[in-house]
Design a protein around this ligand. Structure first.
Ligand SMILES: Cc1cc2nc3c(=O)[nH]c(=O)nc-3n(C[C@H](O)[C@H](O)[C@H](O)COP(=O)(O)OP(=O)(O)OC[C@H]3O[C@@H](n4cnc5c(N)ncnc54)[C@H](O)[C@@H]3O)c2cc1C
Length: 470
């Protein structure tokens, strides 16, 4: 596409002010990259980066882009892990960073926030209201609330326990690709029954609209109790998760784990003695302290029957702080000290162990690379298995990176098809395009393409994500 970049930047500057429209190469490069391990290529580079202040400015940009058929990629913080965050075509990148207004209405039992506010900052701002923000990604300090609602990911939170963030969204202000501004939902705490646009737009991954304001329920912060359990192996933790669902135990708010390798890496990094095997970290919650203590007691009794090396409630905040942050340290290790290729296997609960063992075999026997390690940690209670292929070097060619990415993706997705799952986080459409066809058949993909066309006739928003990367 022939674009007059000077004219484009001038036109965008007229809409948002020249201090908020950029077309220099260093800025473009910063927005071309995401967390995927492959190098940036020419077709990822934005034409321009623009930071609108509100829905009216977003509307002007989208109307302009649709009129000229110029792709627009919406950027929260770009932390999505499997390819959503990177523009797939040269595009205007629309950064939501300036839309950060927060208004809290305790008497109406909701708050409203702009999409660009970081989750960590929002959690702090809600603390004086004793309110729970039901979104817990490891990227909390940098990921935006808009990105999280667009992906509808709750991260550590166990879906069966507190649901998805979208369950707490009462309504939104969004801008359609044609420039129309739409207000959806309700101001009541009772969500509308039947057909209602919020439901289509939460989790739409930037394909259908740009979210410019989010109204969410103020939920009282629950009391919580933390439990740690040490097991000989990851398989024993998986047996425990399967038994938890089968036996109808109260579902924890968080149920995370570190496998035998990542537990040693994480514990050493935070100054704790390395454990013998795998570690489970569990957080129980309830509206009252007494209720929480009772729930934790019941859960601990259950854990003790599953044969751990040790299981106990942690009352010392410092000790819990170290144990909990060992998980992030394991993440830092795999992402910083080598090349890491992640997968997400989220299957039927009764097939969790089969899927884990198969995922491990897949990762250890890749055709595209040899000598890689298998590492696994994360949201096992959700129940999600992140099986990582870790190569302790960053010095690999882009071709090999892409080949490993594809092989890990295709083979682990096959487990989701085989065992009834469909992924639960990370922002998946860009990765999933082929998977959706395999799992549900061509009619499903066709339905998504037609849905997108209805909202976005010129396919300007996040072009390439529905088509799939690589
Ligand atoms: C260290 C680390 C840990 C992580 N842990 C987890 C985890 O535990 N669980 C999990 O699910 N994910 C996790 N993630 C992935 C990521 O943080 C989440 O998916 C997060 O929700 C993305 O937020 P973001 O602001 O970076 O969005 P981006 O990556 O910028 O955007 C995500 C998608 O949403 C779209 N989008 C963004 N803002 C808007 C908007 N205002 N309107 C419409 N569309 C929009 C984008 O176009 C893109 O398609 C992690 C990432 C890192 C780096």
């Amino acid at each position: 596409m022939d674009i007059d970049l000077k004219q484009l930047t001038k036109d965008l500057a007229a809409m948002v002010g020249k201090e908020n429209a950029f077309s220099d190469r260093p800025t473009a490069l910063a927005y071309a990259k995401d967390t995927m391990p492959w190098d940036v290529e020419a077709h990822h580079m934005p034409y321009a980066v623009v930071r609108p202040a509100d829905a009216q400015q977003v509307s002007a940009i989208l109307k302009y882009a649709t009129g000229r058929k110029i792709p627009v990629h919406t950027h929260g913080s770009g932390t999505s892990l499997v390819g959503l965050g990177r523009p797939k075509t040269n595009a205007i990148v629309l950064d939501t960073a300036r839309m950060q207004d927060l208004a809290v209405f305790p008497d109406r039992a909701y708050f409203e926030v702009g999409p660009g506010m970081h989750i960590g900052k929002l959690r702090k701002a809600l603390a004086p209201y004793n309110a729970l923000l039901p979104v817990f990604p490891g990227s909390e300090p940098v990921a935006t609330i808009g990105g999280s609602i667009a992906v509808n990911t709750s991260a550590h939170a166990v879906d069966a326990s507190i649901g998805k963030p979208g369950d707490y969204v009462l309504g939104m202000e969004v801008v359609l690709p044609t420039g129309e501004i739409l207000n959806t939902g309700t101001e009541s705490t009772r969500k509308p029954a039947g057909i209602e646009a919020t439901k289509f737009l939460v989790g739409s991954e930037g394909l259908l609209c740009v979210i410019t304001r989010i109204r969410m329920r103020l939920v009282p912060l629950p009391h919580t109790t933390n439990i740690v359990a040490y097991y000989r192996s990851t398989e024993e933790i998986i047996d425990t998760v399967m038994a938890m669902y089968r036996d109808g135990l109260p579902t924890p708010m968080f149920f995370e784990y570190l496998d035998e390798k990542s537990s040693k890496i994480g514990f050493e990094a935070v100054g704790l003695a390395p454990p013998t095997g795998a570690v489970a970290m569990i957080r129980m919650h309830s509206a009252t302290r007494v209720g929480c203590e009772e729930k934790a007691r019941i859960f601990l009794e259950f854990l003790k029957k599953t044969g751990p090396i040790e299981a106990r409630i942690i009352t010392d905040d410092d000790e819990w702080g170290k144990i909990w942050s060992s998980r992030a340290e394991a993440g830092n290790y795999v992402y910083r000290l080598g090349s890491t290729f992640g997968s997400e296997v989220t299957v039927r609960v009764d097939k969790l162990k089969d899927a884990f063992l198969e995922a491990k075999e897949i990762i250890l026997n890749l055709d595209s690379v040899q000598g890689n390690e298998f590492i696994s940690f994360g949201h096992i209670g959700a129940p999600t298995i992140h099986a990582y292929a870790f190569i302790p070097s960053k010095d690999i060619s882009n071709e090999v990176k892409k080949a490993v990415t594809l092989e890990v993706r295709d083979k682990t997705e096959a487990l989701n098809v085989k065992y009834g799952g469909c992924g639960g986080e990370w922002g998946l459409t860009a990765q999933r395009a082929g998977f959706l066809g395999k799992k549900y058949g061509p009619a499903y993909t066709d339905f998504l393409v037609r849905l997108k066309k209805t909202f976005d006739p010129e396919n300007i928003l996040n072009r390439g994500n529905l088509e799939g990367w690589l």
